[in-house]
Design a protein around this ligand. Sequence first.
Ligand code: NZQ
Ligand code: ZN
Length: 387
Amino acid sequence: MKNFNFHTPTKILFGKNKVSEIGPEIKQFGSRVLLVYGGGSVKKIGLYDQVVEQLRNHNLFFVELSGVQPNPRITSVREGVRLCREHKLDFILAMGGGSVIDASKAIAAGVNYQGDPWDFPMRKARVENPLPIGTILTLAATGSEMNGNAVITNEETQEKRGMASDLLKPKFSVLDPVYTFSVNRYHTAAGTVDMMSHLFENYFAPGEGTFVQDSIAEAILKTCIKYGPIALEEPENYEARANLLWAGSLALNGLTVTGKLMGDWATHAIEHEVSAIYDLTHGAGLAIIHPVWMKYVLNEKTAPKFARMARNVWNVDDPNDLSAAEKGIDAIRKFFSSLGMPATLSEVNIPDEHFEEMGQKACVFGPIGTFKRLNADDVVAILKKAI
Ligand code: NZQ
Ligand code: ZN
């Protein structure tokens, strides 16, 4: 296990009606709020009214930025930066899923930066002095509510890129499982796949002696396997929604990668190229690509780690590492399909037309992946196997 610093400063307000506590939390950091949300689900579930009431009760001035789309666009970010400057806002409150939270982080980074906020994902600028943000999460998936990452799409160049800074970790996040009751089957399934994929990314990574981290990842995976299907069948099952919600935060708050140099993240890089061009739901893209990536990188050297997961999480009873690994990967594919997620790119009408371009773009900053290094040709080969 390598040395590490682990700092998760986000205060989690978990449970029913926790939104009633946001006023004093915001006031610790600011008094003029940019309220960011997506396409209207927050109004349908009554969250919008509750938040506005809290802001008014605590005399907090606010301006709204609505309409942030899934796979959030840099145009929304630019508009948010403009609003913050025009109204001298000093706090950002995101209410929604990962897309709304990610857009809010990029806005936070952009307000005190003189250049274009697209510079952050393009690695041309470092985040300095961002506005503080708080979040009210409505969809269990990305972990954005408890990490410093944001993924933004530039619709003009058809690029989807990540940015990360510890400074962008939210000051607080409200996790009320009741707000996730209304998430439909498709997004519940995609969210479950996404959090499982985050666990895979950090599990299948180089590093020795991280038994506790990997065992935590296995426990969170089992949580997804137990409660994902229940949430699909019983959307208002509080226990299922609560466990998934907390699982999503724990899956990508840095916990399971501690003691390792870094996770793999090749599958995410490849998926981002697919959704950049085809605007596919992130979790659906991962459901297609992650098992393909696993088979692609499986060999004598990587088999023991795949076999460990197969035995501990997927109940595979096979003493041979290579065949146990194969069976584990097949079980993952089967589980994703049982959630109603696609297994091939053809199923979501994605042809092979842009594979070369995706390969080049995925490796624009160099080869990807740490468990096994992949170049543009590898990415194309994986995409071809996913068709
Ligand atoms: O726009 P609204 O009306 O809110 O509808 C959303 C959206 O259509 C809807 N939704 C959210 N909460 C709901 C709800 N519908 C009914 N009831 C609710 N309570 O769900 C749809 C999808 O929302 P979105 O925010 O896009 O989903 P998700 O949370 O999965 O976020 C996906 C984005 O996050 C990025 C992805 O690439 C993608 O752009 N990621 C961010 C990460 C991070 N910051 O750490 C890591 C991830 O790997 C991921 O890349
Ligand atoms: Zn993800």
